[in-house]
Design a protein around this ligand. Structure first.
Ligand code: 8YV
Length: 327
């Protein structure tokens, strides 16, 4: 992989919603061509497509291999978000295109939300808030919550950077942690379960923070939920695709598990009516990283990866599928 460093203008495709940090982040050495969604790309003139050397994806918009396939001179795809299941990184590697994501800058933010969502789910804060607002507190004693963090053991599904940040918070809260991932994580002392079912039998709480995509599709299935048992709680901060959503709805309805806290869904932004009707689930609109400060840092990293590349430097945060050597 190599970028031609010259004083020539560099054409970039900006794909996804407008972000001021991206729109205003490039010098006039760059020419930005903005298209918000796939359907808009029909208006991308072939002459322009033929000049595009860099692509900034400003949200998790579907990209796959179809969009880069339109761009014969593409060198870099700089994508927003730590997850990049909306990009075909293997296709990019075959074409010698480097893919970057935005890790690290969101780690602590997403971990904060994970712990908040877990406690909100267990201690039923949403119900408690409604209770106060309704005025009922004045006349009736509020019931104890069935759930608590105090008597739990958490099985993390995924132990990458965000998983480790969540586990650190659980350590501070004196909650025992074990984890499942394909391979043991380097430098981590929590007990590793190579088998998810074995872990589900040994814990009562799952916190899911593993990459999306084909290898994790519906890995949290009805069997795993049954193994977790009637005290079971699932928090999903990963991708909706990781959980068998109809099986989860059934498990929540029928008492196979106790409750769930979900930041992500199978077909966002559509959340099944069946799930929305349940009281033992807390639903967030994919807000793990969604604060102004963290989203700004993510947008800036999208810009900085492209700038580094076209300055002839290594990209700051390439994904493992497209490592860059010798820059
Ligand atoms: C983003 C995320 O909010 O980084 C990720 O992988 O899921 C979130 O931080 C998401 O990409 C927004 O659509």
């Amino acid at each position: 992989m190599a970028a031609h460093v010259s004083s020539e203008k560099i054409d970039l495709l900006v794909y996804g919603p407008h972000k001021p940090i991206v729109d205003n982040g490039f010098t006039d050495q760059f020419v930005l061509h903005h298209f918000e969604q796939k359907a808009d790309l029909e208006r991308l003139p072939p002459a322009v497509a033929g000049k595009i050397r860099g692509m900034a994806i400003t949200d998790s918009v579907p990209c796959g291999s179809a969009v880069p396939a339109l761009l014969p001179k593409l060198e870099i795809i700089s994508s927003f978000g730590v997850g990049y299941d909306h990009i075909d990184a293997n296709y990019a590697r075959e074409r010698d295109i480097v893919v970057t994501n935005t890790p690290d800058v969101l780690t602590e933010e997403v971990a904060d939300v994970a712990l908040g969502l877990l406690i909100t789910t267990l201690r039923e804060f949403i119900k408690a808030d409604r209770y106060v607002r309704s005025g009922l507190w004045a006349t009736q004693k509020y019931p104890l919550s069935v759930g608590s963090l105090r008597d739990r053991k958490v099985g993390m599904v995924g132990m990458g950077r965000i998983g480790q940040a969540i586990a650190r918070r659980l350590d501070a809260a004196r909650v025992p942690v074990v984890y499942h991932s394909r391979n043991p994580a380097a430098g981590v002392s929590y007990q590793h379960y190579p088998n998810l079912m074995e872990m589900a039998k040994a814990v009562d709480t799952l916190v899911v923070i593993t990459p999306g995509g084909a290898s994790t599709l519906k890995m949290i299935n009805a069997e795993v939920m049954a193994a977790l048992g009637p005290r079971g709680v699932i928090v999903n901060m990963a991708r909706g695709s990781v959980i068998d959503e109809p099986a989860l709805i059934h498990a929540l309805k029928s008492g196979v598990i106790l409750a769930a806290g979900l930041d992500v869904f199978a077909t966002e932004p559509n959340v099944p009516e069946d799930l929305r009707a349940l009281q033992n689930v807390v639903l967030l609109p994919h807000v793990g990283s969604a604060s102004v400060v963290t989203r700004n840092a993510m947008d800036q990293l999208v810009v900085d990866n492209i700038k580094a590349w076209f300055a002839g430097k290594p990209p700051l945060t390439p994904v493992p599928e497209t490592p860059v050597k010798g820059r």
